[in-house]
Design a protein around this ligand. Structure first.
Ligand SMILES: C[S@@+](CC[C@H](N)C(=O)[O-])C[C@H]1O[C@@H](n2cnc3c(N)ncnc32)[C@H](O)[C@@H]1O
Length: 473
């Protein structure tokens, strides 16, 4: 190991920055974050440093550097653009065993600044020992997306309970067991949702009682298929789950991202193939949570848009099971974007209606009069089988037979297919191209834009997934 990572407490400790420009300012700000007592030495200073000096946040010494400026310093940074001055700082600091960093000159650094993921009080430092700073920065970006923001407040809350827990639980093993329970409890999700006082209250209760493991359900929208369309929150909760209850609509690539050792339960849901009845799924979620499990209930698209998420959450609430709801990108938004079809457009559509082609058996007939109005877009979910009926009703209620339509099969996935044509031939297109589920119907003038825009959509998705095909109608 070329550098030992240590975290130093610089509170009021004297540090020196040699230089008065932008680089010195940057380094000075890093020191100020750690509340160090910063002195800067330079013949002149940039405006921001002068302001910091006037506010007594730093001490400015207007002078050329000499070795006496090092007196009493713990750390020193050489941030001038003069090689000989930087070299002089390095040599003299080294001679006095003071840690020194010459900016952008790694051989002249006895300490270096790592890339930082800051979730104060949790801090993660990454270093490539100066060999590959861009790679270190990339790693940092990855960690930034993986580590949730609430980790900081969670650590602060836990820190505020440490002494109390130490007094109450005298053995190390008991304390460790207690904290394991806390981190598996909904204290974490309470902090995550910003309710720190409820989290603190629950922590008190856990400390008072002999804690039972506590379950909860995450109702997560997985989006239409491309795993890169998952939200960060969805990904984080998927990694915490003990059990994953999923539908067919969730793509294999997304299922790859759930916690490796989680139990997987498929509850089906393809048209005409409800492998588990909805009320059984509802009950399963309640039972699993009551057994103390963290349950990830993952659904395609958004759980509250034709996803029965509402029904499931109602049952959880009735049974007093804790839950979180994570929205997902609904098929209409994802598929239309990847097919290059804006759902609204000032020249073509001022409104968008989400419609289901598959109502409850005893459900109401759709309001065809309203759906047939021009200058609006219809995004029709589960409309493939009912397409002859949809086509007939829209025409009967006055929608023009030449209205553009697009059928997007497997939207946002590797095998996305887009078929375009006119409303008058909708059912025929579906049959001729053997469209299979999942497929979304877009009816309205905007569908004609696919020809113009799908190429750009394709380019924008280079690193990922869908390869929208040109309309074949
Ligand atoms: C039961 S609904 C679920 C909708 C989901 N909750 C959402 O917000 O997208 C299933 C229907 O959504 C549409 N759908 C979902 N994912 C799709 C995809 N990747 N491509 C095309 N259509 C999709 C299809 O119309 C499918 O029949």
């Amino acid at each position: 190991m070329q550098y030992l990572p240590i975290f130093t407490k610089l509170d009021n400790k004297p540090v020196l920055v040699v230089g008065g420009g932008d680089v010195a300012l940057r380094k000075c700000r890093a020191f100020l974050k750690a509340r160090a007592a910063v002195t800067l030495v330079a013949p002149d200073f940039c405006d921001e440093l002068v302001e910091l000096g006037n506010n007594n946040e730093v001490t400015l010494v207007e002078a050329y550097f000499n070795e006496h400026h090092l007196d009493g310093m713990m750390l020193v940074i050489a941030a001038t653009d003069l090689e000989d001055v930087n070299a002089q700082v390095y040599e003299q600091a080294n001679a006095r065993n003071i840690f020194v960093n010459v900016v952008d000159d790694q051989p002249k650094c006895s300490f270096i600044f790592p890339s930082i993921v800051d979730r104060d009080p949790i801090t993660i430092a990454i270093s490539s020992a100066g060999t590959a700073p861009v790679l270190a920065r990339r790693l940092r970006e990855k960690l930034e997306t993986l580590i949730p923001q609430h980790i900081g407040p969670l650590a602060s809350l836990v820190g505020s309970f440490r002494d109390k827990v130490k007094q109450r639980l005298t053995s190390f093993a008991d304390r460790r067991q207690f904290w394991e329970t806390v981190f598996d409890s909904s204290v974490v999700s309470k902090v995550q949702t910003g309710d720190t006082s409820a989290a603190a209250e629950q922590l008190e209760q856990l400390l008072d009682a002999k804690p039972e493991p506590e379950g909860e359900v995450y109702v997560i929208g997985a989006g239409p298929g491309d795993p890169e369309l998952l939200t960060l929150k969805a990904l984080q909760l998927m990694q915490q789950a003990d059990v994953v209850v999923y539908d067919y609509l969730v793509s294999d690539e997304i299922m790859e991202l759930v916690r490796r050792d989680a139990d997987l339960i498929c509850v089906g849901k393809r048209l005409g193939d409800h492998s588990v009845a909805q009320q059984d799924t509802n009950q399963m979620l309640v039972d699993l949570a009551k057994q103390g499990k963290k349950v990830c209930r993952i659904k395609g698209g958004d759980p509250f848009i034709y996803g029965r998420g509402g029904e499931e959450v109602q049952v959880l609430a009735q049974n007093q099971v804790s839950y979180q709801i994570v929205p997902g990108i609904t098929a209409a938004a994802g598929c239309s974007a990847y097919a290059g079809i804006p759902l609204t457009h000032r020249d073509h559509a001022q409104a968008i209606q989400f419609v289901t082609g598959h109502c409850k058996k005893d459900g109401q007939e759709l309001d065809w009069q309203s759906l047939a109005k021009p200058n609006q877009t219809l995004a029709i979910y589960m409309g493939v089988i009912k397409s002859p009926h949809i086509q007939a009703q829209l025409l009967k209620h006055g929608r023009d037979a030449d209205t553009p339509v697009a059928i997007i099969e497997n939207g946002t996935r590797k095998n996305q297919r887009v078929v375009t044509g006119k409303l008058g031939e909708l059912a025929d297109l579906i049959e001729r191209h053997s469209i299979i589920s999942p497929a979304l119907l877009i009816i309205g003038e905007v569908a004609s834009l696919h020809e113009q825009l799908h190429w750009f959509g394709e380019k924008a998705q280079t690193s990922s997934f869908a390869q929208p095909l040109t309309g074949v109608a």
